[in-house]
Write a protein that binds this ligand. Structure first.
Ligand code: GLA
Length: 710
């Protein structure tokens, strides 16, 4: 029996091909195939990689073990289970994942197959869902388990995806880091044994981003096979890569089993988050572009996703906690004169009985501080939004909140000490003097929804920076961690649906919660509390392995930099920040040098001009900061008519020639105009390259290229 889906994968194939009990999922340059084992009813992985059609040769029988499988299972406390194939369902389009963020698309974008499995001993059913987005070579998977028996069961482990790679040498690439040092690429060979990480912080964290790439040892940025796995989840996660004794490599991503133990009464079910997997034969760059395209078009749902974001000035590094009506108004006025479009009041504006004048008190009490804002929030917002920017439009106003947290010094905590995550009578560990509200409780979710709704309806607020500044420590039960995330998603869904015109920016002490789950609701995330431009190149390029530039907040801050004391030229800081989709300033404009003040309007105008290419274009990492003194990045507009090259020099080396930078992805036979001079073919730009001389440390160039009409 052949059952073909509506739209095509690779030429000559269909997105989904069912041949008896063999299932083949095809993208433009990917095929994923598995079949039902006739003897056991298990699902066996056949292939995940470049496209295939027709029969594939059977592997010789393994000597001892190591049979590839789609669902390594083990329910009910026993060491065995028998989840056997029962039936499958094909859905044109993609069903939602109740309570969890998920990629989406219409019938023309995506096709789904759901494999129904059942263990008649434990009476547990499992649905494996596979959705193919052929245009992005992306297969999205999730699993849901249902207790169809009469007793209670506990789900101890639930991964989203398990895939087995045939015997071959593989590397794994992860994004690890710490506060102010997010998303550092680490590449290592997959040796025999278990590799990976379990993050138990309760948020996607600075430590291990929920992302994994697998590549051949010879795979580079632009060549070779690369597989990307990205978990659409904001909480604790686990990523395991295991090479077996006989050489197969199994990759598993999903919820962290150390924080699950999810009770399932008779008739109840539990869904895993979904895991996106992409394959590219154009190296890690191709893998990233597939993920970026998928996320921009089929994950992020804010109306701002494809728009230029307003250039903002955030008060944090300029004023820290020392804010009030008049100094905020003053810097808003200065910002407007420079070309800023959105003024953001960061931390320090709220709390009455426990004023938020430092990080010691106030979180939870979302009322304006009557001393700092004596005329109220509304009056400050009115004054600031009455200011006109250089484009004669009124300034937008934005606000900082950290709604999931509470300081013990707050009215909220006095009233509801039982609302926090804690473990009975064990001590409650404070981090940054704060505790986490238990978002698993519906009353806490409702409180946060009400607070945010009040703030957003009390004044003309166009932007919210939603912060989250600590990890979980003590929790009520292991399952409280996942219950928290489900509660968080309910809150985010409600608020972003209720206020669709507000631009939301996620933040967790910088990029601690940079994950696809958050991106469903917030189109941009503050990439790092480290605003040093040199460090930012690594952090932003690291994040770009999985996430589009459009999702990154990046600001020019003052020098010497507040985090590492480094001094870099304004232009270099600005050019690095322009590689993020949300460009801004994070400084006190009154403290700028006269020459900095003079050049900022031009730099802001440049950022705005190239923003459509950065926000919606394809990104090519041409050279990497941990490999080269001359990192370079290129974006190509969606219609391929414009390219923007970012080219940096970290240090000036005496008597050493700057290497040429070779562009990628251009049309070989077309001519390109370089703004400021030069006209070359795509072939010359890609095979010969461009060269620049910088002459000092921290040099930078932004080069705009326009394809000439035929
Ligand atoms: C976190 C954020 C910063 C700033 C402070 C305010 O650290 O990452 O950008 O908003 O909180 O307290």
């Amino acid at each position: 029996m052949h059952d073909e889906a509506l739209h095509s994968g690779a030429p000559g194939t269909s997105a989904l091909l069912v041949d008896g009990k063999t299932f083949t999922i095809n993208g433009n340059t990917v095929s994923y195939q598995f079949h039902v084992d006739g003897d056991t009813g298990d699902l066996r992985t056949d292939h995940f990689g470049g496209p295939i059609t027709g029969p594939i040769p059977a592997d010789p029988k393994p000597l001892i073990n190591g049979v590839p499988t789609e669902l390594p299972d083990r329910p009910e406390g026993y060491t065995v289970s028998e989840l056997k194939y029962q039936a499958h369902t094909i859905v044109r389009g993609k069903p939602g994942l109740p309570g969890l963020p998920a990629t989406f698309g219409g019938e023309e974008d995506v096709t789904t197959i759901i494999i129904h499995l059942y263990d008649d001993k434990s009476q547990v059913a499992a649905d494996l869902t596979y959705s193919i987005f052929p245009k992005y070579d992306a297969v999205v998977r999730s699993v849901s388990v249902m207790n169809q028996g009469t007793g209670n069961i506990t789900v101890e482990v639930l991964a989203s995806l398990s895939v087995d790679f045939a015997v071959q040498d593989l590397d794994m690439i992860t994004l690890s880091g710490d506060h102010m040092r997010e998303a550092h690429r680490e590449r290592r060979k997959v040796e025999r044994g278990l590799h990976g990480f379990q993050n138990s912080t309760g948020f996607s964290s600075h430590l291990y981003n929920p992302f994994l790439a697998i590549a051949h040892p010879s795979t580079t940025e632009s060549q070779g096979s690369a597989w990307g796995f990205s978990l659409v989840y904001t909480g604790s996660s686990a990523v395991n890569v295991e090479k077996s004794s006989q050489g197969l490599t199994r990759v598993i991503l999903g919820l962290n089993p150390a924080q699950l133990s999810w009770p399932l009464a008779s008739g109840e079910s539990l869904s895993s988050p979904e895991c996106v997997s992409v394959y590219s034969n154009q190296g890690l760059g191709g893998m990233s572009r597939a993920l970026h395209g998928l996320y921009r078009n089929h994950l992020m749902r804010s109306k701002f996703v494809r728009q230029n974001r307003p250039v903002l000035l955030n008060s944090w590094e300029g004023l820290y906690f020392d804010i009030n009506h008049s100094n905020l108004y003053e810097i808003a006025k200065e910002s407007a004169a420079l070309g800023v479009k959105l003024f953001v009041m960061d931390d320090g504006w709220f709390g009455k009985d426990y004023p938020r004048i430092s990080d010691e008190a106030g979180l939870g009490d979302w009322v304006p501080n009557p001393h700092r804002l004596p005329h109220g929030l509304d009056s400050l917002v009115n004054d600031i939004t009455a200011l006109k920017g250089t484009n004669s439009a009124n300034l937008w106003f934005g606000i900082w909140v950290e709604p999931e947290m509470v300081n013990p010094k707050s009215n909220l905590y006095c009233a509801h000490p039982d609302w926090v995550l804690s473990a009975g009578t064990y001590p409650r560990t404070e981090l940054r003097n704060q505790l986490i509200l238990n978002l698993g409780l519906p009353e806490v979710q409702d409180y946060i929804i009400a607070c945010l709704s009040n703030i957003l309806t009390s004044a003309n607020i166009s932007y919210v920076k939603w912060d989250h500044n600590r990890s979980m420590t003590e929790i009520q039960t292991p399952s409280a961690a996942h219950a928290y995330i489900l509660g968080l998603y309910r809150v985010l869904d409600t608020i972003t649906t209720r206020f669709p015109d507000v631009l939301f920016e996620g933040c967790a002490a910088g990029g601690g919660r940079f994950d696809p789950g958050i991106l469903q609701f917030f189109p941009q995330i503050w990439t790092s509390d480290n605003t040093d431009a040199v460090d930012r190149i690594s952090i932003q390029l690291g994040m770009s392995l999985a996430y589009p530039a459009s999702s990154m907040g990046a600001h020019i801050s003052a020098v010497p930099n507040h985090q590492n004391n480094r001094t870099t030229p304004l232009e270099f800081r600005a050019h690095v920040a322009m590689m993020g989709g949300s460009f801004g300033l994070e400084l006190d404009p009154k403290k700028l040098l006269p020459e900095e003040k003079a050049s900022l309007p031009g730099l802001i105008a440049l950022a705005e001009r190239i923003s459509p290419v950065v926000v919606n274009g394809d990104m090519w990492r041409l050279s990497l900061p941990h490999e080269s003194n001359w990192p370079a990045v290129q974006f190509i507009s969606e219609d391929a008519s414009q390219a923007v090259l970012f080219y940096f020099q970290l240090q000036q080396h005496v008597n050493e020639i700057t290497p040429r930078v070779k562009l990628q992805g251009l049309a070989s036979n077309r001519m390109y105009q370089i703004e400021g001079g030069g006209r070359y073919s795509g072939m010359v730009l890609m095979n010969h390259g461009l060269n620049y001389y910088f002459g000092s440390d921290y040099g930078s160039k932004v080069v705009i290229l326009t394809k000439e009409p035929l």
